[in-house]
Structure formats: structure tokens, C-alpha cells
Design a protein. Structure first.
Length: 574
């Protein structure tokens, strides 16, 4: 484990702003700003097109009112041209926005994955943290939602602001002053009265929408969590299908996953009910906004200050201003979802940083490199996660090219000792010194099998080139000749192979990796004595200079090692 970086303790927690600006300060920032400028130009052009269409409404309806057939057909062709340009621009904007979102998502996903896998944070979160749910969902779904919602909401705000500035000036000019007689007090003249009506109407609507919809933020947060929990339970059943079938516990699993699903339904119904209330208001709000400008413009029409085309232009301009001012109203559901997504991502990133500071950067346990040829554990004390001391003050030396077997009662911490040597057990104090320029491999009792072909499974985690003939020879050596024809076939090998066969595969990995040191944690526990002897003899023959350290309960394992090391609870220094 590396020494703690003092800066990591002082670094501020991840906030919304930090999350947003990550991409814009990355190595892709020039490309990102190019996409952004392009999107802004396209957005401005679309707003200009909307202004042009507003004037088209005026000229077209005036021509209708004047029964000017030639002018009407001319304006129809003008509209077709405007519509064609608008459609092409809108489609290109969609394409650019989609490409930009993909680039941002790809970069941010890789960044989050790097952060998650850095310093084994993924391991500490999964094993020692009880509060971070479903990192897979946060990486896959939340990053995607964050990018798409951030992009669409930002461009929506830009569109709303530009539209507001463009159409508010137009609406101010079109509406003129409103004269309100006050009797003996004279007459009140209100310039640009339609602008004030749109402003007041939108502010009131925004306030009511916020009051009605603010509970959507925690509800969306909870809904995403429940959906992820449901998906996790389904994956868990799939991963443990054989054990569940042997226990014949499918009814119990069904009750469990159905119970989780009912929680999904419950929170979804609460979201739907809240959105229904919000939709009642927003739908009514938008419908009423259609009639308001018409009613407001009628006095000017009846006084012959404007023609019917003027009413259409006022109606369209008012709708654009009102829509811009009501952006918060119409986008509230997306804003609530965006906020919940941001909360999930920032809490996840902060949790990763927290576990790194708590576990990965622990200064009480040190792993260092020395020039000696032996591996040395000095003054090593191990505890459980709950604080129970397994043993303390342990001093142990493993010389190169020798074979050791570690024994001790169950629960004394033999496997935990291997984890501490590997640097993944944070509840330890002391020092482990590793020989310089030597490779060390750690083999668990049950090996991990990635998704892939049998070749990829055999070579995991190495990626060097190995011939089919060599792999087939190793399959013969460990007693798996039936698999030679399936090297390039992709299957769920962890479910197909028995535990004993999986342990044979693990020995093939050791031989292919050619380590200088290998630690075997009950790595032959699922094999009979003949196969166990076969594998150890194969290991000693193929890797004669490899130091082997085995953890085992079976007495026969000691026959293949030079020394037996016993660990007892609260052991004295060896």
C-alpha cells in the first residue's frame, strides 16, 4: 500500500460544478469547445429562423385578410424554403449534439472507471463499505443520464435566453402602450404591456411548479436506487443459479426478488402521482397561455391598430416569450432527474475518495521493495473488520526458491495473511518487504473467470501470445484434455467447469505467468489427493525456481513443501 498523500485529505469533495468541469479541463477540451461553439451557433440560427417565421405569420395572414391570392402563394413557397432550412438545421443540431454527448459520455465513463478501480477502491467499497449501492448502475446509467440531461438542459437554457431576448424586444414593439382609465386619477399608460403579462404569468407559474414538484428530486433518487437493487438481485440469482437449484430455494429467492420489485413499484407510483399533480398544472398552464395573448391583442384589433396578421404575430411572439420564461416549468421533471443523478454521481465519487483515504492510503501498514531475495513480514498485526485481533507481532521470512506451507486453526487469519501480503487487507499494521524486480502471484481458493473464450480464461490476466499447442499441452498436463477443442469458444466457463476443474485452470495460469513467487490459498481444496499431487509436481517441474507458499488444511499438502509454518491466534514472533 502506498503512503498517504497529504493533499488527498485536503482536496475538496466532489460537487456539481467539479463534476461538470472535469471534461472541459481534460485533454479533449479543444474538441469539446469546438462542439459547444457549433451547437451554440446552430441554436442561435434556429432562434433566428423562429423570428423569421413570426414575421411570415404576419405577412401571410394579412395577405389572407386582403384576399391577395398571388401574395398568399408566394408566401407558401417562402414557408417551404424556411421549413426546409429549419429541418436541415434541426437535424444537424441533433446529430452534433448526439456525437458530442457520446464523446463526453465515453470520456467521463472512463474517468469514473479509472477512479473506481484506482488503488483498489472497487474492492474496498464492495467489501468494507455498507453505504454505496450499485456502482455498476452509477457508471452505466447515471453517467449517461448526466451527460444527456446536462447537454439538453444547457442548450435549453441558451435557447430560452436567446429566444427571450429576441422575442421580448419584438413583443414590446408589437404590444405598444396600454391605456387604463383611472377616472379622476387620469389614465395609466403601460408600455409593452404584453411583455409584463408574459413575465408575471411565467413567474407565478414557475413558483407554483417548484412548490409542487420539488419532492420529485428525492423520489427520483430513490427510484433509481430501487431499480438498481432489483437489477442486482436478478443478476445475483443468475450468478448463483446452481447453488439455488441445489438448495431448491427458488421459492425463497422469488419472494425476495418480488419484495424488492414491489419496492420499485411503490416508489414508481409515488413518482407518477407527483408527476400527475405537476402535469395537471403545467398542461393547464400551457393551454391558458394560448388564449391570453389573443385576448390581450383584441383591443388593438378592434381599434384597427393592427390587422389579423398582427394578432398572429403577437400570439406567436407571446408564446415564444412565455415559453422561454417558463423553461423552468416545462423542464422541471428533467431538472429533478438531473439533480438526483448528480447527487448519485457525486456521492459515489466522494465515497471512492473516502475509501482511498481510509483504506488504500493507510500509513499503518507498508509494503516496500528491498534488495534482498527473500519476502519478509515484520511486526505484522492483523485484525478483522470489526476490530478483533487475529494475531499480532508476527515476523516471518520466506526465502527464494523454497516451498512453504502455512497451517493453523480455522479463523486464525491464514487467508487474511495472504490478502495482507497482496496489499488488499486494510486492517493491518506492520511492514512487508518484497524482493526487487521479482513478480509475485496470488491464487485464491476460487479463481475469477472472466467472460470470454477458454483461451482468454486460461491466460487471464496475462495477454501475451501463447500457441494453441502449448495450451493444449498444459490442458493434458493438468488432466483436462476434453477442453482442447474448445480453446476459441466463448461460454460461461465459471458455470460449466466444476470447482476442481477451475482450480486446475488456475494452475495453468500460474505456469503461463512464470512468477518468482506464488501464494496458493487452499488452491487444491476441491481436488482429490492424486490430482493435488499431479498439480504440485507439475508446478515444481515447470517452475523450478519459483518460491511456493501454500495455505492448506489438508495434511498431504505438506509433502510438496520444504517447511511447515504454523500460525496460532495472537502468535508470538517467528
Amino acid at each position: 500500500m502506498k503512503e498517504q498523500d497529504p493533499k488527498s485529505e485536503l482536496s475538496p469533495p466532489m460537487t456539481t460544478w467539479h463534476l461538470v468541469k472535469l471534461y472541459w479541463q481534460s485533454e479533449q477540451k479543444k474538441t469539446a469547445y469546438f462542439y459547444l461553439v457549433t451547437l451554440l451557433i446552430l441554436t442561435l440560427f434556429l432562434v433566428a429562423m423562429n423570428v423569421a417565421v413570426t414575421y411570415w405569420y404576419k405577412y401571410f395572414w394579412n395577405a389572407i385578410q386582403e384576399y391577395n391570392k398571388e401574395r398568399v402563394f408566394q408566401l407558401v413557397f417562402v414557408f417551404i424554403a424556411l421549413a426546409a432550412v429549419f429541418v436541415v438545421t434541426a437535424v444537424y443540431k441533433f446529430y452534433v449534439q448526439a456525437r458530442f454527448s457520446i464523446r463526453w459520455r465515453a470520456w467521463l465513463t472512463e474517468h469514473v472507471i479509472d477512479t473506481w478501480l484506482n488503488n483498489k477502491a472497487y474492492y474496498y467499497i464492495e467489501n468494507f463499505d455498507a453505504y454505496t449501492d450499485n456502482p455498476d448502475q452509477r457508471i452505466q446509467e447515471d453517467v449517461n443520464l448526466f451527460v444527456s440531461l446536462t447537454t439538453s438542459l444547457f442548450l435549453g437554457v441558451v435557447d430560452a435566453v436567446v429566444t427571450l431576448c429576441s422575442f421580448m424586444t419584438l413583443l414590446w414593439i408589437l404590444s405598444g402602450p396600454l391605456a387604463i382609465p383611472l377616472g379622476s386619477l387620469g389614465t395609466l399608460h403601460i408600455s409593452g404591456y404584453l411583455v409584463w403579462i408574459a413575465l408575471i404569468y411565467s413567474v407565478v407559474g414557475t413558483y407554483i411548479t417548484h412548490k409542487m414538484g420539488k419532492k420529485l428530486i428525492p423520489l427520483n433518487f430513490e427510484q433509481q436506487k430501487r431499480e438498481a437493487d432489483f437489477r442486482f438481485n436478478a443478476v445475483r440469482i443468475r450468478a448463483n443459479a446452481e447453488n439455488i437449484a441445489l438448495y431448491q430455494s427458488q421459492d425463497k429467492e422469488k419472494r425476495g426478488i418480488v419484495s424488492v420489485f414491489h419496492q420499485v413499484i411503490d416508489v414508481t407510483l409515488r413518482v407518477i402521482n407527483r408527476e400527475k399533480m405537476l402535469l395537471y398544472f403545467t398542461a393547464g398552464f400551457n393551454q391558458i397561455s394560448i388564449i391570453i395573448p389573443l385576448l390581450a391583442a383584441l383591443p388593438m384589433y378592434f381599434s384597427k391598430a393592427i390587422e389579423i396578421g398582427g394578432i398572429q404575430q403577437i400570439s406567436n411572439a407571446f408564446a415564444q416569450v412565455q415559453s422561454s420564461l417558463s423553461f423552468f416549468v416545462n423542464a422541471y421533471t428533467d431538472l429533478a432527474q438531473w439533480r438526483s443523478v448528480v447527487m448519485r454521481l457525486t456521492t459515489f465519487m466522494n465515497k471512492v475518495r473516502e475509501v482511498e483515504n481510509t483504506y488504500a492510503n493507510s500509513t499503518e501498514f507498508k509494503r516496500k521493495i528491498h534488495t534482498n531475495t527473500s519476502l519478509v513480514a515484520k511486526n505484522l498485526t492483523l485484525q478483522t473488520q470489526t476490530g478483533h485481533t487475529l494475531f499480532s507481532g508476527l515476523n516471518m521470512t520466506f526465502d527464494a526458491n523454497k516451498k512453504y506451507v502455512i497451517k493453523g486453526p480455522s479463523g486464525v487469519g491464514k487467508s487474511t495473511f495472504i490478502k495482507a501480503l497482496a496489499g488488499i487487507w486494510p486492517f493491518a499494521t506492520g511492514t512487508v518487504s518484497l524482493p526487487k524486480n521479482k513478480t509475485v502471484m496470488y491464487l485464491p481458493q476460487r479463481s475469477y473467470f472472466p467472460q470470454g473464450t477458454l483461451r482468454e480464461v486460461l491466460m487471464y490476466p496475462d495477454e501475451k501470445a501463447v500457441s494453441d499447442a502449448h495450451l493444449c499441452a498444459l490442458l493434458d498436463d493438468v488432466g483436462l484434455p476434453r477442453l482442447k477443442r474448445e480453446l476459441n469458444i466463448m461460454k460461461n466457463w465459471s458455470e460449466i467447469l466444476s470447482l476442481g476443474e477451475q482450480q486446475k485452470v488456475a494452475f495453468i495460469r500460474v505456469i503461463l505467468s512464470q512468477p518468482d513467487w506464488v501464494f496458493l490459498d487452499e488452491s487444491t481444496s476441491s481436488l482429490d489427493k492424486d490430482n493435488e499431487r499431479r498439480l504440485y509436481q507439475l508446478l515444481q517441474m515447470r517452475l523450478p525456481n519459483c518460491a511456493i507458499v501454500s495455505v492448506a488444511h489438508r495434511e498431504s499438502v505438506a509433502d510438496y513443501h520444504d517447511e511447515v509454518v504454523c500460525i496460532q491466534p495472537e502468535d508470538i514472533p517467528i
